[in-house]
Ligand binder design. Structure first.
Ligand code: AKG
Ligand code: MN
Length: 197
């Protein structure tokens, strides 16, 4: 099992009582959209529910193709402030994923879209059910996994997205829901009239 220096887990960033309160509020306040999407005339079903929240003017092609950008809710703003204070880094967006049970998953990917810039720094918070977070190197056979528990803050340092893929696989033993927040900093696109000669 590989050790991955670009990953760090801050266990119990929120305690069990706070986690329960946050999970319930997110579950009931988020107004989850349908997870059936049509892209280029073809319908597909996202194997989880998602919302995307960002500061005004922030656009992210992956999410914007699927999702409408929403405003920050008071709860998401408060969590953002606490994560920012801990990590001394500012984020301008968050992707919220609801895994309704162990059948919901996210497949292998890296969060390396150009809008995240060359050094994407991502903070991931988990509430609810425990799930395995798996990672594997893009070029070598190194791979590993972490059990993410409710209240854990997973810090993904920039080279993680460059060198590794990650996933949260199906786990049919899990019957409870899990909500994951990934805080991101999208680099604002330059304005078309920004004055290059
Ligand atoms: O749910 C997780 O722990 C990871 C989610 C994820 O990788 C993503 O939203 O990009
Ligand atoms: Mn990801």
């Amino acid at each position: 099992m590989a050790h991955c220096p670009e990953l760090e887990v801050v266990a119990n960033f929120y305690d069990a009582v706070e986690c329960e309160r946050i999970y319930r509020r997110l579950l009931h306040e988020q107004n989850w959209p349908d997870n059936r999407y049509t892209v280029a005339g073809r319908q597909f079903i996202l194997p989880r529910l998602q919302t995307w929240h960002a500061d005004p003017g922030i656009r992210y092609s992956y999410s914007n193709n699927l999702l409408q950008t929403r405003q920050w809710t008071p709860l998401l703003s408060a969590i953002r402030e606490q994560v920012e204070a801990r990590l001394n880094f500012s984020f301008n967006s968050v992707l919220v994923n609801l895994y309704r049970n162990g059948e919901d998953y996210v497949g292998w990917h890296a969060d390396d879209e150009p809008e995240l810039g060359g050094q994407p720094f991502i903070a991931s918070l988990t509430f609810g059910a425990e799930r395995q977070f798996e990672f594997r190197h893009k070029k070598f056979s190194d791979h590993g996994r972490l059990l993410l528990r409710s209240g854990d803050l997973l810090v993904m340092r920039p080279d993680f997205q460059r060198h590794w893929l990650h996933s949260v696989p199906i786990d049919r033993q899990v019957t409870e829901g899990r909500i994951n927040l990934t805080f991101r900093r999208v680099i604002p696109a330059p304005k078309p009239d920004s004055g290059h000669f």
